[in-house]
Design a protein around this ligand. Structure first.
Ligand code: SF4
Length: 328
């Protein structure tokens, strides 16, 4: 399956002998990858014919492995909040995804030296508890059969008391949770959207029902589960869509057993939105007249607050004990 998904598979010369590289090449069924000097020789280059290229690149991470979270990211009350870009880019294709403003194309680059990230964490964990979003620049669960990184992060969290990990996903697979080492410090976060929004703006992702099945599988296996109604997208009839979704979610799972629920409307850094507007001149999402505040674009307050308050009250009406995380 994986080999068919990618046009070409590249490996950095210095990563060729890494055990992580070999594992991924095996899983991808690739015996003769194209060897390159540096991942940026491919990843940072726009395809010459203007079509989106779809390559897999295996490389070593030459830069930072842990970044402190940006202000628009929800830290969920964790003082030492990081994200780890072990994979850059995603097999899904959400129209609003900030990765479209961050990276030049659709190539997926996997850093095969995850152990180096864990070594950096060894030092951090000696100083203070660390909370790491491991699925930040990708959907790590959607790539799990290729990388095995979700399993590695879960193992790490289970064995390290000073580490909590969030794996955020739209993936609908249900088979994996019972096989992962369960820990209260490995949080599975599911981004839920109305089917109307999924069909229009979250290309290639599972529909709401599939995501709900996965959420219940994670919860049944004993993992803490987070629900993210985030980003909410402003469209005509948004209230009908999000109200209907609240019904489906409240009927489909026990909201009082969910660890927490986050609610947020679309927001994005100035620079990423500028890049997206150039790339996607006809995109309803990229071309919306957002307001800029503190380096980020967001909906005008009248829209943003109306949507977030609406969603909050729809959930609390159905489950007064639901733990909504208030990050404002
Ligand atoms: S699933 Fe997440 S990372 Fe992947 S394209 Fe959608 S928003 Fe981006």
């Amino acid at each position: 399956m994986w080999r068919a998904l990618f046009d070409k598979i590249y490996v950095e010369k210095k990563a060729l002998d890494d055990p992580g590289t070999k594992e991924i090449l095996d899983r991808a069924g690739e015996t003769d990858p194209i060897v390159i000097e540096h991942y940026k020789d491919v990843f940072d280059i726009k395809s010459s014919d203007g079509n989106a290229r779809n390559s897999l690149i295996l490389a070593r991470n030459p830069g930072r492995r842990l970044y402190e979270g940006a202000p628009v990211c929800q830290s969920f009350g964790n003082e030492h909040f990081y994200y780890s870009p072990s994979v850059m880019n995603c097999i899904y294709d959400c129209e609003y995804c900030f990765l479209k403003g961050m990276y030049p194309g659709r190539d997926i680059c996997v850093f095969t030296d995850l152990e180096e990230t864990f070594s950096e964490l060894d030092e951090l964990e000696k100083e203070h508890p660390a909370y790491v979003c491991a699925s930040y620049n990708t959907d790590l669960m959607a790539l799990e059969d290729l990388t095995g990184y979700v399993g590695k992060w879960c193992e790490r969290a289970a064995g390290h008391e000073n580490l909590s990990v969030e794996i955020r996903s739209k993936c609908s697979r249900t088979d994996i949770y019972a096989r992962l080492p369960v820990s209260e410090r490995a949080i599975f976060a599911f981004t839920l959207s109305p089917d109307e929004i999924i069909s229009r703006f979250e290309k290639g992702t599972p529909m709401l029902e599939g995501r709900m099945r996965a959420l219940n599988a994670a919860m049944n296996a004993g993992f803490p589960v987070r629900i993210c109604f985030d980003p909410m997208i402003y469209v005509r009839n948004w209230k009908d869509y999000y109200r209907n979704m609240a019904d489906i979610v409240a009927n489909g799972t026990d909201l009082s057993a969910v660890k927490d629920i986050s609610i947020g409307t679309f927001r994005i850094s100035d620079q990423y939105l500028k890049n997206m507007r150039k790339k996607m001149p006809c995109s309803e999402i990229a071309q919306y007249p957002y307001v800029s505040e503190g380096g980020y674009y967001q909906y005008p307050d009248v829209v943003r607050l109306a949507m977030e308050d609406f969603m909050k009250s729809e959930i609390l009406d159905r489950c007064p004990r639901a733990g909504i995380y208030d990050w404002r």
